[in-house]
Design a protein around this ligand. Sequence first.
Ligand code: F6R
Length: 613
Amino acid sequence: MCGIVGYLGDKQAYPILLRGLKRLEYRGYDSAGIAVLNGDGIEIFKKQGKVVQMETLISDESPKAKLGIGHTRWATHGVPNDVNSHPHYSQSKRIAIIHNGIIENYTSIKEGLLKRGYTFHSDTDTEVLVNLIEDVLINEKVDLAEAVRIALNQVVGAYAIAVIEEGNYDQIVVAKKGSPLVIGLGENEYYIASDATPFIEYTKQVVYLDEEEVAVLSLKNGLEIRTIANQLKTAYVQELALELESIEKGGYDHFMLKEINEQPKSIYDTLRGRLLVDKGTISIGSFVEYEQKFLNADRIIIVACGTSWHAGLVAEYLIEDLARIPVEVEYASEFRYRNPIITERDIVIAVSQSGETADTLSAIQLAKSKGATIFGICNVVGSSIAREAHVGTYTHAGPEIGVASTKAFTAQVTVFTLIALGLARKKGTISEQLFRKLIVELDSMPDKVAQTLKVDAQSKYIASIYKDVPNCLFLGRGINFPVALEGALKLKEISYIHAEGYPAAEMKHGPIALIDEDMPTVVVAIKTEQYEKVVSNIQEIKAREGKIIAIVNEGDSVVSKIADHVIEIPEVDERLSPLLTTIPLQLISYHIAVMRGCHVDQPRNLAKSVTVE
Ligand code: F6R
């Protein structure tokens, strides 16, 4: 939610900030703004809409300055308009701020400031924070960094902020709690951003700020980090393994399409070094130390949101079936507020592409405080959830920029498959023969996914027929029930068509009332033990004149006679099938959204990384 960027160095700041904001737009795109500091003081350019709309504010020449900050917004407090856009000035315009997060106690702080004569122009919590900093600056007679530190001690909530001050040409003050912030260290220059994408062509040396840390960036004095409790910290510099090509569209019309097509590689990368077919073993490096805990666990609780939650549901089928460990899958947002029973013998797995989802982060903090072991499955290296977990593993899907998650989902399912098989083997709950069969098949999944991607043209054709429907139903059974949920989520979030996912057999208990000739149903009808039952469900829909789009195995001769359309995918063991059945659903949603003229990579009201509750 919201992207922040900043620059201090010898180069012109404005073009760097502008490009950085465009890369961060996936985090929010309600409005955008830039503040630069030069001889004229702090100049702010901001506007409702996307970054390109803000650019129209700059006439011929871009503003000259070697220090600046920028923001792309996903509105929380205050509607998206020019005034509520960031950066925000303090009352005297002496300082300016950008902020990603929410100041929960802003009302009480605002009341105090109003009494002290402050006036407010926007409805945002951020304007309250910048005035609080100014108030401390003036009354406590401290410098900017100290004012930020003192002010943050009064704040309840989440923030990644960058603050600049008039006349202070060699300083950006940043701070973080609950929202991500990374500092890039260049040659005589500093970058800051919500993630490293705005500056990877300039430097790969980064420092991730920890919770409740304030950093002062100065070319003269270097980088100084303190906690908000005023404890001096040592900066831990890391080398990023991120390449520029991985965050560009690479010839595709949309990031989403690129990411769908990257799945053979992202699954391969997620398996690499972990699935050792020749040796007949599975080895997840970080797992070893905690293996006994997993093996002795009373149960595994998976917490996640959205698509990652769907991956968790797939994991429930895999882990219970193969490793015979009880699994519960929880929406992180519900789990954290329902006083759950958690013990030291529980393993809590947090699944998150971004590693920054506020609800998931809070859920694991709660579980940690109750003594559970926390295992993180994240895609973004160095993200908050990855760091909060006791142990974990990365999905290696590479940067996912399209707001609708695709390759992260299949990479998460891949990791869970490895975990389930690894645990099953250690526990002796799987026969050697089945283990061998499954690992060989898992090893072939990148190729099978590549083969499945050939259904693109057919998916596009089907999309052209159903692009105008108001509603759509997705059905699946067993391990493909979560795939139906995921298919429905993909369609609704990028095309704004109402869609629901159901276990196929549940259809009779309500949703069948919706079926008529205008209501298409997408059914995962691959060869499984439940195949005949799914065929019966399809018959029931056809008897009510519903339209059927069925995902079937190659050579299917039963469903293809009843369904209106069939999409054939390679046959694999049912346990591995979600990695394939998901693909046509992603493609159908993508093409429908494109045909409806929707903004596929940045759907309305959404943002990639949900760092607010
Ligand atoms: C849907 C989607 C979201 C995310 C959810 C959790 O396509 O992307 O539902 O899956 O916001 O995000 P992460 O995985 O970053 O925790």
